[in-house]
Design a protein around this ligand. Structure first.
Ligand code: KIV
Length: 278
């Protein structure tokens, strides 16, 4: 395993030096292990696992217990890579006390080093409280998957000058509240550039163009594993669904034909023991 220990000041230094930051989601041990081995800078245990792993249509049903369960597996695979865990829907809707308790659980039980919170001005008291108590926070603006279905759905944000400037103000307020990084999801690239230039903290784009300080993709999406994925911003770097379908079909065929398993995949008795049976 390649050891990569990035502290928050080192991540901020990457921005200052113009070095791009890479982030991927991981929701299980092998994905985290392989992402870490590949040299990724940050891993997110996203509540997108509700859709990609658990088969829900939104992240809303994902519970804190499920987030902790997956975060533990990811942390075991991630080695020294900085792991951020999503605060699930409900953690921040019930006030600062509940948010604090859930963030502590994700760090203490799950092993995450920071938590990510979706939202704008309404989450500022929570960001302030968590950072005051030493819990690193990644903010998340633009498309907010936890509440998108309640509003206009997955609609790109910051498509005109006013929206872009409003998003930049929200991002600056989140920075001032103490967030050390901010995910920009599906924000027009010009707006994402404006936000990135205005902030000292790291911007991590997903569907927000190349000017962000870093990039994030959902692993199952970029690996071609997500069922029904049609996101414009996703790029399939490989097609694991095709590879898995092919492997499953071949296994079924060989078992049915009797060509798998062969004795190479079986255990054998000594000859004289075998003769006692037959
Ligand atoms: O849950 C997740 O994976 C996320 C990203 C899509 C930003 O929040």
């Amino acid at each position: 395993m390649v050891a990569k220990i990035f502290s928050i000041p080192q991540l901020l230094e990457k921005k200052a030096n113009g070095h791009k930051i890479t982030m991927l989601t991981a929701h299980d041990y092998p994905t985290a292990y392989l992402a870490a081995e590949s040299g990724v800078d940050l891993i997110l245990v996203g509540d997108s696992l509700g859709m990609t792993i658990l088969g829900y249509s939104t992240p809303v049903p994902v519970t804190l217990t499920e987030m902790i369960h997956h975060t533990k597996a990811v942390v075991r695979g991630a080695g020294n890579v900085f792991v951020v865990a999503d605060m699930p829907y409900g953690s921040c809707q019930m006030g600062t006390e509940r948010a604090l308790a859930d963030a502590i659980a994700l760090i203490k039980e799950g092993g995450a080093r920071a938590v990510k919170i979706e939202g704008g001005e309404e989450i500022i008291p929570i960001v302030k409280e968590l950072t005051l108590r030493g819990i690193p926070v990644v903010a998340h603006i633009g498309v907010l998957p936890q509440t998108a279905h309640l509003w206009e759905g997955y609609t790109a944000q910051g498509l005109d000058e006013n929206d872009a400037r409003e998003l930049a103000v929200v991002a600056q307020d989140l920075e001032e509240a103490g967030a050390f990084a901010i995910v920009l999801e599906c924000i027009a690239q010009e707006a994402a550039k404006l936000i990135t230039e205005k902030l000292d903290i790291i911007t991590i784009g997903i569907g927000s163009g190349s000017s962000c300080d870093g990039q994030l993709l959902v692993s199952e999406d970029m690996l071609g594993l997500s069922i029904g994925d049609k996101q414009k911003f996703n790029r399939k770097f490989t097609d694991l669904q095709a590879a898995i379908r092919q492997a499953f079909a071949q296994y079924i065929k060989e078992v049915r034909e009797g060509t798998f398993p062969t004795s190479a995949h079986a255990f054998e008795m000594e000859e004289d023991e075998a003769q006692k049976i037959y």
